[in-house]
Design a protein. Structure first.
Length: 455
């Protein structure tokens, strides 16, 4: 069998900008091999503990789910845990937890990931289980109906019966983006979920869950040679399957502010969500935007917390998010969102003015060297902390390989952060955090609105 083996090293550039690594900088071991059937295998060898983490990432998520089937990618994630002809429902969980491990999965705009961690003695059973459900599932109407109900109950618990209802990551995208792939509700409507058929399930598995649309990552107490051999043993005979062509879901920055007000029957205080379209993945502004986001809204030392919560005491909190992922894990249009609950005796305009003032301050004055160094150190610490556990490392490597086509980006990101200058941060603020590029939702408790204002 002809195999293409690559040991990925640092050295690639982000949009042509080279970043030299410090001699004492920790480097994540990364080895990659692509099997004949198209499965990409990533191994990160680390013998510090007799444990392994596994991640299987499929390059499909909410953005590519079928039209009129909103929420289907998430529903399918649930179905992946419901058994196969070889390993019936319950076997997957019992084998992994019985071996001292744990497992999970999640669905995002550009990928769906399945993760496990356990003592290294459970590595082969976990790989067998992952390969088994890559081959096929137990397609039956009872399981589909059960999981449709489970997902609907999850929506009730996490959205419909929660104050603010995820408006800062569901609703805001529906208004900020223009293309269906980007602006539909990935959690799904009940009607679309109920209309999903077994043919939909079989077709989705066939089209998107083949080995050539997946990355298998193993981190921990295993050598690259061992990991690649096990991948060949358990996954090598799974045939590649054609994947549908991807639609063009690219969008430019917005050119006119989008602003609306919503009513919330469960909220006690009003809240504001402000979202700006992010730079494209891989652009020269991605790292500066990550630094700018942390400067503005990451932690109590951030500009917005100091200015709005502690200083002017307009807001009760300030949080930020990048869609449902991070500043590094997206492959299509996404948003940088600031979310703040504010005091009922103030209004959205006052809070928005405070946000604008802090952004303008960065855009005109820049950021001093000490503050810039603190923020970059904060981001670097978060990045390395997120790679310490083998499960998180395997997952990060699988996502980077899927989205960037290069798991070695794991060793590039610290350099990209370190080389961000004050001028870069200013440029990001002036380019992306503009009034024309922003979408604003003012979410008010229903009791604060007159009946005619409630929506």
């Amino acid at each position: 069998m002809l195999l293409q083996r690559m040991l990925l090293l640092a050295g690639c550039a982000l949009a042509g900008t080279a970043a030299a690594a410090n001699a004492d900088q920790w480097r994540v071991p990364v080895a990659v091999e692509k099997l004949d059937n198209g499965l990409t295998v990533v191994v990160s060898e680390d013998h510090s503990a007799p444990v392994v983490g596994i991640s299987v990432v499929y390059h499909v998520g909410m953005r590519l789910e079928p039209r009129n089937r909103t929420g289907f990618a998430h529903l399918f994630e649930h179905l992946m845990f419901q058994g196969t002809p070889q390993a019936r429902k319950g076997v997957f969980d019992s084998v992994i937890t019985g071996g001292g491990g744990r497992n999970n999965g999640s669905t995002r705009a550009d990928f769906t990931n399945y993760i496990e961690t356990a003592p290294v003695s459970a590595l082969e059973p976990m790989l067998w289980l992952e390969a088994d459900r890559m081959r096929t599932l137990d397609f039956n109407p009872e399981t589909l109906k059960n999981q449709q109900d489970v997902v609907k109950e999850e929506i009730r618990n996490n959205v419909q019966n929660q104050p603010y209802g995820g408006f800062m990551w569901i609703d805001i995208g529906q208004h900020a983006f223009s293309k269906w792939e980007n602006n539909h509700d990935g959690y799904g409507s009940f009607k679309d979920l109920e209309n999903a058929s077994l043919d939909d399930v079989r077709g989705f598995h066939r089209d998107f869950y083949g080995p050539n649309n997946a990355v298998l990552s193993i981190a921990g107490d295993v050598t690259p040679e061992q990991g690649f051999a096990l991948a060949r043993r358990y996954f090598g005979d799974i045939p590649a399957r054609p994947t549908p062509p991807r639609p063009d879901y690219r969008e430019g920055l917005n050119t006119k502010e989008i602003r609306l007000q919503q009513s919330d029957a469960l909220a006690q205080v009003p809240a504001l969500a402000v979202g700006w379209k992010m730079p494209d993945r891989g652009s020269r502004d991605q790292a500066p935007m990550a630094v700018l986001g942390a400067l503005l809204a990451e932690g109590e030392a951030s500009r917005l917390h100091q200015g709005l919560v502690k200083g002017r005491q307009l807001a009760l909190n300030v949080e930020s998010l990048y869609g449902l992922t991070s500043a590094w894990e997206y492959d299509g249009p996404t948003l940088f969102v600031v979310f703040a609950m504010y005091k009922p005796d103030h209004d959205a305009d006052a809070v928005l003015s405070g946000i604008e003032a802090e952004i303008a301050r960065v855009a005109t004055e820049g950021v001093d060297a000490a503050t810039l160094a603190r923020v970059k150190t904060q981001l670097l610490a978060q990045w390395y902390d997120g790679l310490e556990m083998f499960l998180d490392r395997a997952d990060a490597l699988a996502k980077l390989q899927t989205l960037w086509g290069d798991a070695g980006v794991v060793n590039q990101i610290p350099g990209w952060i370190e080389t961000v200058s004050a001028a870069d941060v200013q440029r990001a603020a002036r380019t992306y955090l503009t009034t024309a590029n922003r979408t604003v939702i003012d979410r008010k408790p229903a009791a604060m609105l007159a009946p005619a204002e409630q929506k």
